[in-house]
Each structure stands twice: as C-alpha cells, then as structure tokens.
Design a protein around this ligand. Structure first.
Ligand SMILES: Cc1cc2nc3c(=O)[nH]c(=O)nc-3n(C[C@H](O)[C@H](O)[C@H](O)COP(=O)(O)OP(=O)(O)OC[C@H]3O[C@@H](n4cnc5c(N)ncnc54)[C@H](O)[C@@H]3O)c2cc1C
Length: 482
C-alpha cells in the first residue's frame, strides 16, 4: 500500500518521520499529524490488503488481547474504529462474564460488567487502524521500505533524517535514499537497531535490561463447529509458576473462528507438531480448551514464537540524545506478552507523545525541538514503570527466569497476589477491582485498599493449608455474589 494520492503537503512545513508501521508506529503517526505539516511512516514489510500476518510482526499469529484502556485510547485517536471492527465480525466480549478464566485457585466467578473488549486477530486490528490513518491527508504511508540508519545534521544536537531503501525490486534494493526530517521517531519494535544507529553517530547506547522467563507460544486458528455448546466466548487457563508452567488462551475471533494459543513458561515450550500441540492442550489442568479444539477443524498450521523476554532500554538515562529523536513502543520497553499489556502500553505511549509535543509547541512557538527527546523519554519511562514492575515481578516466579532475582519485597508481593487471586476467584467485588487493575483502568495500589488488604492479611496470617491439586474434567461456573 502506498497512499500518496490526495495529500495536501506543505513542503515548507515541518516533517516528521516514523520508523516502523506496526501499532506503535501507526499511533505515533496519528499523534504527529496534529503537530507537523507532514508525517511519513516507513514500514519494511509490504502491507497486505487483508488480514494476513506479515513477516515483521510474527507475534500477530498469536492471541492479542487489547485491554479496556487500550481500546478506549484507540477509539479516541480513531473514532469509529470499534464499530467498523464489530461490523466486520469482531466479537464484543464482557471480560467478567464471557471469559471462562481458570485461575490458580479454580474457575473465576463470572458476572455481567461494563468491562467490554473486542476479540480479533492482530492483523485485523492493524488493517483497520491503518485504513483510518491512511485517510489523514497529512500522513504518507510508505511500505516495503527498509530504514538503514540515522543521518546526523551538520550542526547541533540533531538528526537530519534517515537513510531508507525501497525493497520492491532487486534494483531498488541497491539504492539507498536520504529522507530529510525535522523529527525522527523509532517504533521498530523489540529488535530496534536504534542503539547501534546511535553508537554509529558517537552517542552512547541506552542501558538495556532483559528479564526472561523463557515463555513460548504456539497458536492455531480453528473453525468453530456448529452447535458446539458453551457458555463462554473466550477461555483463559492461567499458569501458576513455578509448579504449573503451562497455560492457554482460546479467543473467539472474526470469521467465526477460534484462535488458540498454548503457552509454556520456564522453557516448557509448546510444540509445533500436531500431536504435541494436542498433548500439550490435554495436559492443562482443565479440559475446556482440549475439548473445544478436538471438536474443531484446524484452518492453519501451528505457529510458534519465543521472543517474549521483557526488554527495557532506558533512553531517559542516556547522557545525550539527538533532540529530535524519540523511541517508543516495544523499541523502548517490551514485555512478556502473557499479561497482554504491549498494545495498551503503546497507546499510553502515544498519549505521552501527544502531551509532550503539545507542551513543546507551546514552549517554543518557533517550532524548535530543543530538549524534546529528554522530556519525552522521561515521560515515557513513567508510563513503562508500573507495567514493567508488575510483569517482571510475575516472571520471577519461574525458577528458570534469567536477568535478575526477586528481592524480599517481590517475594512478599507474590504471597499477597496469590491471596488476592484466591479471593478474586470467588468474590465479585475483589474480581471487579482486579479486572480494572489488569485492564489498566486503575492503579495497582487499589489492590491495597483497606477492604482488600484486610481480607488478604487475614489469609496470609492464617497457617497455610496444603495446596489441593485441581483437575476437574468439566468446568463449574460459580455465580456467587460477594
Ligand atoms: C507472542 C506475543 C504475543 C503478544 N500478545 C499481546 C497481547 O495479547 N496484547 C498486547 O497488548 N500485546 C501483545 N503483544 C505485544 C504487541 O505485539 C506489541 O506490544 C505491539 O505490536 C506494539 O509493538 P510495536 O509496534 O512497538 O513493535 P512491533 O509490533 O514489533 O512492530 C515493529 C514494526 O517495525 C517494522 N520494522 C522493523 N525494523 C524496521 C526497519 N529497519 N525499517 C522499517 N520498518 C521496520 C516491522 O516490520 C514492524 O512492522 C504480544 C507480543 C508477542 C511477542
């Protein structure tokens, strides 16, 4: 897709370039279009015109849950997006009522709520967001083009743009072109080459922290069988590390299909062969997902993915950065995806970008970008702080986790959260709070409010009973009110 037509380009105005056209890049381009005369988004892949997964985002073959906060922000940036996706078949799912959630303490209580999410394949979301963005006359989307490196400006602490290389033909691939820009934004994901690009220009690379619980995914799409009796739209079998390292998610997605993702932590990776996949599903503590896929017709091969480490690049601590170079999304902070935070965090990063550029424009009406990078990376670091802390703390539960060790506080948090999950499995009021935290609608500190804290401490102080092995063959749905 090369959407050059009908663009009212002000050639004398400021030009922003976004590198990478997955969700973060699309959101960044949307924000920048409010503040720059032109925005060019450069994507290495050729975008498909349908909902096929593409090479640059291999994770798109796997379940992608968009949290409620992320859904709200996407709708603010792209009004009408949800309705279009619903009309195209994305189911609306009440997270509290229509997801059968098997926690380490059993099947979670269900109740009607306003916590509505959409269930879709990831390529569908990107396609619809991309279509919205392409309607913006200030944005030019250039796909099938590789970004090779950053170009320094001849003076000052600035970049002049980037070096790009179209990939549509062998002849093209031999010709690199300079793309001049006033602002360069890196959204090329966890494999971002920005640290190397910066080093090449004699800047220091950011400090990088990697915490890896060695999580593997294996996924497949199935046709939902006619008359398959169920009272859920999605199923989530949560792992309980360190003992229970396996989990799975089944998502009802557009096209009357199930997307099934098997998850194994601590190097207990789900296999990609037919029998191994089924055996892994059968080994889960409840049979709901195994029963469903045993009755269903597979539509795709099994796809696997293991690049799931938490990776934090602390650009906010870099001694010096070009003023007009920003890094966001997975390129700055990528998470173990099990907690479903990546896309919502990308959306929160886009809000941070909007705020920072707005302030910069007010501070410097002449359009100067002095100090922009430092302000933005500091603000983004605050956005990343809580999800990073929550995710890595959970990952420390795996004995195989590498990159750090849990401190006393983290170990206490594990005990505290075990009790919260136990309570939330049975009590509507606690589950409601937990789901709001999980959906990034409220701060995790809410889980320490007196009404929860008191119940949790009572449980922690009680002598522990030995853990009961939970292996029911069928699901029992409790509908207890708190
Ligand atoms: C297995 C898995 C499951 C996940 N599940 C969830 C989930 O359930 N919920 C959730 O919210 N998040 C999930 N995530 C995270 C989510 O995929 C990312 O957070 C999200 O895609 C935003 O990432 P991004 O746009 O920053 O980078 P990416 O999605 O990695 O995209 C980077 C883009 O940059 C392009 N690119 C790279 N290099 C260049 C270059 N040199 N020139 C031009 N273009 C380039 C790539 O082609 C790609 O399009 C999951 C991740 C994984 C790995």
């Amino acid at each position: 897709m090369n959407t050059r037509a009908n663009h009212q380009v002000e050639t004398n105005g400021q030009h922003a370039v976004v590198l990478g056209g997955s969700l973060t890049g699309l959101l960044a381009a949307r924000v920048l279009a409010d503040h720059f005369d032109r925005v060019t988004l450069i994507e290495r892949d050729a975008y498909p015109e349908n909902t096929e997964a593409r090479r640059g985002i291999p994770q798109a073959n796997h379940v992608h849950g968009l949290l409620v906060r992320g859904r709200q922000i996407l709708e603010e940036f792209f009004p009408g997006l949800q309705d279009e996706m619903i009309a195209a078949g994305a189911p609306v799912v009440d997270m509290a009522n229509e997801i059968a959630w098997f926690t380490p303490a059993g099947w979670g209580v269900r109740f009607p709520s306003d916590l509505k999410v959409l269930a879709f394949t990831r390529p569908m979301l990107d396609l619809y967001v991309r279509r919205h963005l392409a309607r913006n006359p200030k944005v030019e989307i250039v796909d099938n083009t590789d970004v090779l490196r950053l170009l320094p400006a001849s003076s000052g602490n600035q970049l002049a743009g980037v070096l790009i290389c179209p990939r549509s033909s062998a002849a093209d691939r031999r010709i690199a072109k300079e793309l001049r820009a006033d602002l360069v934004v890196d959204a090329t994901g966890r494999a971002s080459r920005a640290p190397r690009w910066l080093r090449d220009l004699s800047y220091s690379a950011p400090e990088e922290t990697v915490i890896n619980a060695h999580i593997g995914y294996a996924s497949r799409l199935y046709q939902i069988p006619d008359n398959f009796e169920r009272d859920w739209k999605c199923v989530f079998v949560q792992g309980a590390p360190p003992e229970r390292k396996r989990g799975a998610i089944l998502f009802q997605v557009e096209g009357n299909r199930w997307l099934v993702t098997l998850i194994g932590g601590g190097r207990d990776y789900p296999p990609s062969d037919e029998l191994g996949f089924l055996d892994f599903a059968r080994s889960l503590p409840v049979s709901t997902i195994f029963d469903a896929i045993s009755a269903a017709q597979p539509l795709t091969p099994i796809k696997t993915h293991r690049a799931t480490e938490n990776r934090l690049r602390q650009y906010e601590r870099a001694k010096e950065l070009p003023d007009n170079f920003l890094v966001l999304g997975d390129a700055a902070c990528a998470f173990n995806p099990v907690y479903g935070q990546g896309m919502t965090n990308a959306a929160l990063g886009a809000l941070a970008l909007q705020k920072t550029i707005g302030e910069q424009r007010r501070r410097f009406p002449d359009g100067s970008l002095t100090g922009l990078s430092r302000c933005f990376q500091k603000r983004l670091a605050k956005v990343n702080e809580t999800p990073w802390m929550l995710t890595t703390a959970q990952d420390y539960r795996y004995r195989e986790c590498t990159g750090g060790v849990p401190g006393r506080m983290t170990r206490f948090m594990h005990r505290y959260m075990d009790r919260v999950i136990e309570l939330a499995t049975r009590k509507v009021a606690v589950r409601r709070v937990l789901l709001r935290v999980f959906n990034m609608l409220t701060a995790p500190s809410t889980l320490f409010e007196p009404r929860i804290l008191f119940r949790v401490l009572v449980k922690i102080l009680k002598p522990a009973r030995p853990r009961r092995e939970f292996r029911p063959r069928t699901q029992v749905i409790e509908r207890t009110a708190s």
